[in-house]
Design a protein around this ligand. Structure first.
Ligand SMILES: Nc1ncnc2c1ncn2[C@@H]1O[C@H](COP(=O)(O)OP(=O)(O)O)[C@@H](O)[C@H]1O
Ligand SMILES: [Mg+2]
Length: 305
């Protein structure tokens, strides 16, 4: 048996259905169920530590800040980062006696696709958006969360190790040889959706923890990501920089967007708000966070007047 895949080739996903959850089976089940009106945004990438929970938290809070009803679903029952941040948010609001936009929170402890569908129907029936934070692994429930999404957002860190989940690059020449394991899964789920007559899954990949000083490595990562985007048909978002604001405020369940509601808190200048607004623009979500219009929304209004 050939156990080593030579450089330049890649093992197909087709024979690697997880626990019998082949993409076609997953999609057929989703297509057979009634679905609500909420737009589902799944934050997923088969790798841990890339910023999925950080991103899901900021996204859910930003959408709630715009006045949307949001259900935030944590599928990572081991780390529970999103749930913990949202519980902390409720506690902080209470302690400080302030009103903070609060997404509804759901931690899915029982990991079956059917259970996810049922819980979304129960807890998210009146929501505008459902934001799902997936654990960094391939599992049936993660496949389900990707297959049912209107939008898939995948953060990566700016490194060729992370790019390897999307594309297999030659280690020396950086020639693109084929899809990486996560891209192969998304492509198969997309194919299964197309076969089932479901709309195309909109896939946004964005870099997280970008350094603000341009480096040689960053340039190479940017160009590799553009090549991947063309080949595997995803959009590339502007991304988030490495910022203390994304890390430390989350411990209290806060984001930079909340600080204007907390007059006693020292307000450091940060570009975090602009980056989160840009993220909503990248997702084509019209928004008005904290009363401030996004650049895209301003453009729309300018065109109308
Ligand atoms: N843009 C960022 N700037 C600074 N720290 C970040 C940023 N994004 C994530 N982190 C930190 O990186 C670590 C992993 O992030 P997390 O969102 O938990 O990743 P994942 O959910 O993909 O495992 C956490 O300590 C988080 O605070
Ligand atoms: Mg996480």
């Amino acid at each position: 048996m050939n156990v080593v895949t030579p450089i330049g080739q890649f093992a197909s996903r087709r024979d690697v259905a997880v626990d019998g959850e082949h993409p076609r089976v997953v999609v057929a089940d989703i297509a057979s169920r009634p679905r609500g009106n909420a737009r589902i945004i799944t934050v997923a990438n088969e790798k841990g530590g890339v910023g999925k929970s950080t991103l899901a938290f900021h996204l859910a809070v930003a959408l709630a800040d715009c006045g949307h009803k949001v259900l935030a679903v944590d599928l990572d029952r081991r780390q529970q980062s999103l749930s913990r941040a949202l519980v902390a948010r409720g506690g902080t609001a209470k302690r400080l006696g302030v009103r903070l936009p609060l997404p509804r929170e759901l931690l899915l402890l029982q990991h079956s696709g059917a259970h996810l569908c049922q819980e979304l129907a129960r807890a998210g029936w009146d929501c505008d958006y459902v934001v799902i934070d997936a654990p960094g692994q391939d599992a049936p429930v993660v496949r389900r969360a990707i297959a049912m999404a209107d939008m898939l957002v995948s953060p990566i860190n700016p490194s060729f190790v992370d790019l390897g989940l999307l594309g297999q690059f030659h280690p020396v020449t950086h020639k693109l040889n084929g899809p990486g394991c996560f891209a192969a899964l998304v492509l198969e789920l997309r194919e299964a959706r197309a076969e089932a007559g479901l709309p195309q899954l909109d896939w946004l990949v964005m870099q997280n923890r970008k350094r603000r000083d341009a480096s040689h490595n960053q340039g190479k990562v940017d160009s590799a990501l553009r090549r991947l985007a063309q080949r595997f048909d995803f959009r590339v978002g502007a991304g988030l920089s490495e910022r203390v604001a994304y890390r430390d405020l989350v411990l209290m369940g806060l984001t930079q967007l909340d600080l204007h509601r907390l007059p006693d808190l020292p307000r450091a200048r940060s570009g975090a708000n602009g980056e989160v607004r840009q993220l909503l623009d990248d997702l084509d979500i019209g928004h008005e966070i904290g009363g401030l219009l996004s650049r895209a929304r301003l453009e729309q209004l300018r065109v109308k007047t």
